[in-house]
Design a protein around this ligand. Sequence first.
Ligand SMILES: [Zn+2]
Length: 404
Amino acid sequence: MKVTKTGDLKFIQEWNRFLILNIIRREGPISRSEIAKLINISPTTVTTAVTEMIREGLVAEVGSGTSRGGRKPILLQFVPDSKFLIAVSIKISSISIARMNLHAEIKRKESYSTGGRIGRDFIRFVISCIDGFLSRESDLERCLGISISCPGIIDQQKGSVRYNSKLDWKNVPLVHIVEERFGMKTWLDNDANAMALAEKNFGAYKNSDHLVHVTVGDGVGAGVIANGQLFCGHGGGAGEFGHICIDPEGEPCECGNTGCLENYAAWTAARRRIVEKLADGRPSLLREKGGADGSRITIEDFLFALGQKDAIATEVALEISAYLAKGLVSLINMFNPQVVILGGDLFSGNPTLLEHVTRLTRRSIMNVFSDEIIIDGSSFGRDQHLVGAASVLLNDQFRFSLLA
Ligand SMILES: [Zn+2]
């Protein structure tokens, strides 16, 4: 690739801008001269970039610092509410949409049940949910765009969902559809990747350059941060953790293989186990929740029963923990991450499953890894999917993970 001098200069200017904005965001209130010293950039470059950021409203002058002789330096601070974005978290069973600021904080949110829709019907439903949400928004001229996270294999470059069997989607050009309909710039990534970006940009372990985010809910997936960057693979399909084989003689999977982890550890598999166990007549908090065939039992019901030490819920938690740990051992031995975050709806709001999986995983990973690895829950609780969705746009526009 031939890089022109003009191209070089533009790249350097953009890179400096990311560095300066991130220093102000992380260290502010801070003076222009302190920024120049911290990142070894000329004071003129800092002043030019800061003038532009003040004009855009991203940075504000917030008073003056202490002088070491001469004029008191003016201090700068990042303004997270200067702009906002619309985050859209698509799950098989629900869609959440939120107005979020530049710190990925939720200002307003709405959730909608998808009611079992699939295919084109699901696409129409996504559009109608965004339409309804935007109709209740004002000052859209300050909106950076729409940032979507969605399960399945995503082509980030083309902005399309290459494959999602549960939604019956193949090569759906979701970014094009949304941009065409709403005239707003749109971003898209896989939900597990999005949540890995959220942890890297805003989470408790943002200083780690080797982090894996495992998502367990309607499906099972993983987002991998390697050397500080999201690892996407050749066609955007890296991290299909739910489709590693844990039983060669096991159940056939929609992907074409047999014995895939997802069929043993995702919520549908957990619910099937609950229903089987309820059939033997034992008392359980889950019995009255389920309806005749147990189909109305929700993840929240399961996590509540688990918190109450319900015998059937505890058995199922131990069983799916064993399968997840089996998969995690391979993942950890393969990538040697410093941090593994266990997220998704099944890990949200109840520490029991996290404890089981952590204990079983630590027992089986290579001894050399077990002392140094951190296994923890999401930094963002029930809002993790929305913080993830927002992070796709924010990571692309501001490189917040830079210098983290
Ligand atoms: Zn599979």
